[in-house]
Design a protein around this ligand. Structure first.
Ligand code: FES
Ligand code: FES
Length: 178
């Protein structure tokens, strides 16, 4: 039995210890926000946070995660209001969206280290592959999220009437709770 913490909850997996973390999260925990892209550690679609570091979950066995703290896109913010989520929604950063959970998990680890990353730091930290080619607006969105985190800016999306700009991400239909 492999035990660790996922999104602040203790979990025990009765699975082969060699099972990639990605599949335990998706198939056993139904945390399907973490995506499968390549399975070879190249694309970053499966990126999660393990003990504060962005890690490609297809390359980590559940045995290797024993005793660690794993955070997936579902656990990044209890109300989906992390500055990255707000900015990505407000600035229409996503296209198909498939790569976005992995990008956001990599970016959140970066912003935890530095809320004012340079272009070079972003390029080094975000090596995720996006088939839709959102790269031109990625740096700006991450730097803007950093400014939001530092309290220098608020997200000025155009939310439906009655919803404050900082609540805009939560107003996106795909993110709305039933
Ligand atoms: S699915 Fe893990 S890096 Fe592509
Ligand atoms: S937004 Fe489509 S793969 Fe990145």
């Amino acid at each position: 039995m492999t035990k660790f913490t996922v999104n602040d909850r203790p979990v025990q997996y009765r699975m082969d210890p060699a099972t990639p973390l990605l599949w335990a999260l998706r198939d056993a925990s139904n945390l399907t926000g973490t995506k499968y892209g390549c399975g070879t550690g190249d694309c970053g679609a499966c990126t999660v946070d393990i003990d504060g570091e962005a890690v490609r979950s297809c390359q980590v066995t559940i045995a290797a995660a024993e005793g660690k703290f794993v955070t997936t896109i579902e656990g990044l913010s209890p109300d989906r209001g992390h500055p990255l989520q707000q900015v990505f929604a407000a600035d229409n950063v996503s296209q198909c969206g498939y790569c976005i959970p992995g990008v956001i998990m990599a970016a959140s680890a970066l912003l935890r280290r530095t809320s004012d990353p340079s272009d070079e730091e972003i390029d080094a930290a975000i090596t995720n592959i996006c088939r839709c080619g959102i790269y031109p607006r990625l740096r700006g969105a991450i730097q803007r999220a950093g400014r939001v985190m530092r309290g220098e800016e608020v997200v000025d999306a155009v939310p439906p009437s009655g919803i404050a700009p900082e609540e805009a991400a939560k107003a996106v239909p795909a993110l709305r709770r039933p």
